[in-house]
Design a protein around this ligand. Structure first.
Ligand SMILES: Cc1cc2nc3c(=O)[nH]c(=O)nc-3n(C[C@H](O)[C@H](O)[C@H](O)COP(=O)(O)O)c2cc1C
Length: 218
């Protein structure tokens, strides 16, 4: 009997502790306008291509400024023409891949049309953006999420493939921006997509496709 009591006590304590420490993404609202992006100048394309590479060792003490974040997101998938089209092409121009921005302060959704960030939840969830140790301390992690319904190709496998291609184009834009500014970056398939989707309460037709870490290199 005593053994059962002790077991139940331990179980209750474990449940209490785990619920006390499980961090939840409490949905919040609010918008942050990003600084206007300067679209001239920068490193010549051939030089940026020569420098493009994956970097996984970072100087965690250096922050990324808001100006740079704004430029990086614009380079990734910002609007570059009056008709609303973007720096990265998208299948059928459906623009079905969104970018979540995960920084120490919280998780945000990038709104390309407004050059703004929409707050999803406050708190440090960087560790939930990947399975490699550097993600939790890197200045920034992007998570690319595809909307299966929005793209709407009948063949489900082809639909997913095209969403992956869309995300790949965005990722390469991020790589080139990082190369041009001396930032370190690595695109990552290693993310627990289901867990991240659960964290930010994505509906089932939205799928986590890829993640990408960005931070100043060591
Ligand atoms: C679709 C995709 C998924 C990747 N996933 C990971 C990953 O989970 N973790 C990682 O460290 N690198 C990942 N990489 C980066 C590759 O390892 C890297 O691009 C490759 O080693 C070539 O190095 P480079 O980018 O410096 O040319 C991924 C690359 C691609 C294209």
């Amino acid at each position: 009997m005593n053994k059962i009591k002790t077991f139940c006590g331990c179980l209750c304590l474990a449940i209490l502790l785990s619920s006390a420490f499980a961090k939840e993404c409490a949905t919040m609202s609010g918008k942050v306008l990003l600084p206007t992006v300067k679209k001239e100048g920068g490193m010549p394309l051939m030089e940026a291509l020569s420098k493009r590479q994956s970097i996984r060792e970072y100087d965690y003490s250096k922050a990324i400024s808001e100006e740079m974040l704004s430029e990086l997101l614009w380079a990734t998938c910002g609007v570059n023409r009056p008709d609303g089209k973007r720096t990265a092409g998208s299948t059928l121009n459906k623009q079905a891949v969104s970018v979540y921005v995960v920084v120490e302060k919280g998780i945000y959704l990038y709104l390309p049309q407004e050059n703004a960030l929409e707050l999803v939840c406050e708190g440090d969830f960087r560790a939930q953006t990947g399975l490699q140790p550097f993600v939790k301390a890197a200045a920034l992690n992007l998570v690319f999420v595809g909307d299966v319904q929005k793209l709407g190709i009948d063949d489900a496998a082809h639909n997913m493939l095209m969403l992956g291609v869309d995300a790949g184009l965005m990722s390469q834009n991020t790589y080139l921006y990082c190369a041009s500014k001396g930032l370190g970056t690595v695109v990552r398939g290693s993310i627990d997509g289901a867990a991240f989707a659960k964290l930010i309460k994505l509906p089932s037709h939205k799928k986590v496709l890829l993640a990408q870490t960005i931070s100043w290199p060591k």
